[in-house]
Ligand binder design. Structure first.
Ligand code: TRP
Ligand code: ZN
Length: 880
């Protein structure tokens, strides 16, 4: 395999830095083709570092123009320039000395979007994780914290706006129509949090008074003319700031907080100190262009990046193995924020659906890794669902195990003790353990080992003795079993439910520690006995999804039925229903829809829920959502035939639509809104319910007209794209569908972010010919290989959202996709590598497809690949 150079980095080989950098003075002379970056580093040699120790400065794709140490030129023999950086020897015999460099860069040629790059004629940076070394020579590691002073010079007309971290301390005019600004950030920070933006944008501003009474200026920068679309993001920002004060006691620490929206960005957003840079799709929203999901994403991501100011920036990571220290914790914080802003149970269900859809398969496949990995080839490939989402679940479990008070005490100690530090997971856990006097040794297994534990629960009731026993076995699936991995501490929040849905009590329990409604599983096998149980109960376990585990076997049918009707825990009620649906769907995949059992019973249950006005509409919408094809495939596990899965699911939707037609129609009509649009959670919930119902009703004989009407009547993007999706899925060839698609394209032809929805929708039409439309769309004026949003909207949606077409039996789509990823890799390795993870589950396919998928992957290995892509491809192909 021909790949770029690279070696594996191991946690066990971590060494503290030999030199640190107290201060960084940067000067940017901006030019699209040839920018010059001058850096003056104040280098410190700590007491333990021997005099003759060389200084290594990372550098990637930099052209060195000049270098000196304490003002003196360096002799040839004292400098080595390699593809990964500079080595300097024979340094001054002093505690601190100055290294000055000048380098030349070409921002307009930077297609990786890491380092300093051009986007729509503006200049922008992205440094996490290792992008700063593409800007200047520097020890680019997160445990080196420095104070930054940044001078930016650029053309006054081209780039009127010159932004960096911290406070603007100077600005003025220069000769030749140029101008400058100087920014000073008083908070020492790691290089990955450096940011610069220079360009021409519009702005909205606001202020926020912090809990100690300081005024903070808030500025959000977006394309001219789109300022009004930034209002929701501003509102979300202010709510985030208030929430972090109230819930975590965390106050903002600079006089200004800026957000800049750019249209070319590798990920969602970046938490650079005082200057967050966002993918514009996570800033801009108005009713006409944004769905309710878009609004919710904006709220969550604005909060996430803002919360990083404490969890990530003030307390950062010692090394990249600790990534979950900031990401898992910050995801937990943004989840809690969204739960408080919206409906907690609805939010929780959405989180668990995402976890099961993305993290569980990652953890069960060739790309599985611990929440805190032990080694990596390319750190960019570890911004994963495991680090983020499972990382968040581990923090949530801590909060359950320690209780609200204990958790808060641990967090407070963490903020107090580690403010200003580059910390580790051990540091973090020690705070909880010390603040509460809890031994968390066993809990650390969750961080060190990959794989989703399984809980098998068998229960038995003895009516005479009035005892109820639960025999609980925990296992980690064999494929990912690692040496040293032992049983984990699994908090099982639970309730006992009687035959009429009533909560049942018990007098005492043995075999496990039980407190505050939580049963603490710690052993590989445990038998728990509840005494004094008056009637035969059903165990409602893992309420609120209290631990990220699977349950195989899943709930017995009658227990799932009871919980789906009566569980007072909304999460478990939904989960029981989902279990029943999945069971019927796997049955239908094996035996055909007519051979599936329990479908009428299912329909009756769904009707009841659809019409139950005591339940929030958003919750009803989730209950009525039929599990997706990928989820059904996962449930089946091996030898997947995606065509059979699709036929079963489609058949199920039609049967349910027919059996529930009256009720669904009635609720659909009754929930028609009569108030003006608002993006709030309540209205969004009603729209979600109507959308799900339309998704069913579209398959009815009068469905085409109904969806067509809905499209025509839509006054907001949620209804519009919902109706269009219903049209495309139920009647892809109808003239009305083609007309609606054309109307959508025409309406939003100047709005790339909106047309991404149009690209995605066409990429997910579930039939084999969709491959041809996707091929065609790559040549459309609305697509670009250079923009990550376009690529994800078309190719990402095709590979992850269209199992039928992507897994064509002839393997054509695998070949197309691998070629496309290789093409992309030449421009943007990070985005290419992430896209390729779509093929990680190839081993679960039936033998024919399995061979073709493997062949397409193997064909890549003879091509030149980036380190990012080759890392993913080789792990994906590796024997598990
Ligand atoms: N730290 C960012 C976040 O989670 C993630 C991120 C943004 C990122 N851009 C990136 C990670 C580029 C790697 C590369 O909020
Ligand atoms: Zn983050």
């Amino acid at each position: 395999m021909r790949t770029e150079i690279g070696t594996e980095v191991r946690l066990s080989e971590y060494k503290p830095p030999e030199y640190t950098i107290d201060a960084v003075d940067l000067t940017f002379e901006l030019d699209h083709e040839a920018s010059v970056v001058r850096a003056k580093l104040t280098v410190r040699r700590p007491a333990g570092t021997p005099l003759n120790t060389p200084l290594f400065l990372d550098g990637d794709s930099l052209t060195l123009v000049s270098i000196n140490v304490n003002g003196d030129l360096i002799d040839e023999e004292n400098i080595t320039i390699s593809p990964t950086g500079l080595i300097l020897r024979n340094l001054p015999d002093a505690e601190t000395f100055i290294v000055e460099t000048a380098v030349r860069l070409e921002p307009s040629a930077n297609t990786q979007l890491m380092g300093l790059y051009a986007t729509n004629g503006n200049f922008c940076t992205q440094c996490e994780a290792e992008g700063f070394r593409r800007i200047t020579f520097f020890p680019d590691r997160p445990d080196i914290l420095s104070v930054y002073n940044v001078r930016i010079e650029g053309d006054a007309k081209d780039v009127p706006l010159l932004l960096s971290n911290g406070n603007k301390v100077d600005h003025g005019a220069l000769d030749g129509g140029r101008h400058f600004a100087v920014w000073h950030d008083p908070h020492p920070k790691p290089s990955y949090l450096f940011a610069l933006f220079a360009g021409n944008l519009g702005m909205i501003e606001d202020t926020f008074k912090t809990m100690s009474g300081r005024d903070v200026r808030l500025e959000i920068y977006v394309e001219h003319g789109k300022e009004a679309r930034a209002a929701y993001a501003m509102d979300a920002l202010k709510r985030s700031m208030t929430w972090d004060e109230e819930r975590f006691g965390r106050e903002y620490d600079l006089d200004i907080f800026m957000i800049v929206a750019v249209s070319d960005f590798n990920m969602g957003a970046m938490e650079n100190k005082g200057l967050n840079i966002f993918n514009d799709k996570y800033v801009l929203a108005d009713p006409v262009t944004a769905t309710d999901q878009d609004y919710a994403n904006i709220e969550a991501i604005i909060a996430h990046e803002y919360f990083h100011n404490w969890t990530g920036n003030r307390i950062t990571c010692r090394d990249w193995f600790q990534l979950c220290l900031k990401e898992g914790l910050t995801v937990y914080r943004d989840h809690e924020f969204s739960a408080d802003m919206r409906s907690r149970p609805v939010k929780r269900i959405a989180e668990v659906r995402a976890l099961r859809a993305h993290q569980f398969p990652e953890d069960a496949g060739p790309l599985a890794h611990p929440v805190r990995p032990k080694s990596y080839m390319e750190i960019n490939n570890f911004y994963t669902a495991t680090v983020y989402e499972k990382g968040s679940e581990l923090v949530r479990m801590l909060s359950i195990i320690l209780g609200a008070t204990g958790f808060k005490a641990g967090m407070d100690l963490y903020f107090h003790r580690h403010d200003g530090d580059a910390a580790t997971i051990e540091d973090f856990l020690a705070c909880f353990s010390e603040a509460t006097g809890t031994d968390l040794t066993q809990f650390t297994n969750w961080y060190h080992y990959a794989g989703t534990p399984n809980l098998a629960v068998e229960t038995d009731y003895d009516a005479n003795a009035k005892t109820f026993t639960a025999d609980i076995t925990q296992t980690v699936r064999s494929g990912v079993k690692q040496p040293g991995d032992g049983p984990r501490h699994i908090p099982v929040v639970f309730g006992l439910i009687g035959p009429d849905g009533e909560a049942l009590d018990y007098t005492s329990v043995d075999g496990a520690e039980v407190k505050d409604g939580c049963l603490h599983v710690r052993d590989a096998r445990q038998t728990v006995t509840f005494h004094g149980v008056e009637r035969e109960p059903v165990l409602s376990a893992l309420r609120g999804f209290s631990a990220p585990v699977t349950r195989i076997p899943s709930l017995p049918h009658d227990e799932a039925q009871l919980l789906a009707r009566h569980d007072s825990d909304p999460f478990n009620r939904w989960d029981a229903l989902n279990t029943l649906l999945l069971r019927a769907l796997t049955d239908a995949t094996k035996n055909g829809i007519n051979g599936a059992t329990g479908v009428s019973e299912m329909a009756a249950l769904l009707e009841t829920i659809a019409a139950d006005e005591t339940l929030e509409p958003a919750y009803r919408a989730l209950c009525l959502t039929v599990p997706g094809e990928a989820e059904i495939a996962r449930e089946i596990g091996t030898n997947i035939d995606p065509d059979a899965v699709h036929a079963a699911r489609r058949g199920m939707i039609k049967v349910l639509a027919n059996q529930c037609a009256d009720v669904f129609n009635k609720v659909y009509t009754a929930t028609k809104p009569d108030v003006p649009f608002s993006p709030d959670a309540a209205q969004a919930g009603s729209r979600a319910l109507r959308g799900v119902l339309l998704g069913y009703l579209a398959y009815r004989p009068d469905g085409l007209a109904l969806a067509q009407d809905a499209y025509g009547a839509a006054d907001n993007m949620t209804d519009r794209i919902g109706a269009l999706t219903a049209l495309v899925h139920a009647n892809p060839d109808a003239q009305a569908t083609l007309d609606a698609l054309a109307d959508f394209q025409n309406r939003f032809r100047r709005e790339p972010v909106v047309l991404d929805k149009w690209l995605s929708l066409q990429a997910t039409v579930p039939r084999h010919e969709t491959l041809d439309s996707v091929r065609q769309l790559t040549r459309s004026q609305h697509f670009s290989w250079d923009n990550p949003n376009r690529v994800r909207a078309l190719l990402g949606a095709f590979a992850t959202g269209n199992p039928v077409a992507f897994n064509r039996a002839d393997g054509e789509a695998y070949r197309f996709f691998c070629d496309a990823v290789a093409r992309l890799d030449a421009k943007n390795p990070q985005v290419a590598a992430r896209l390729m993870t779509a093929m990680r589950s190839w081993r679960e396919l039936e033998p024919g497809r399995r061979e073709r998928a493997k062949g397409a992957l193997q064909a890549l290995t003879s091509k030149r690949m980036s380190r990012d892509l080759s890392d993913i491809v080789s792990r994906t192909l590796d024997v598990a």
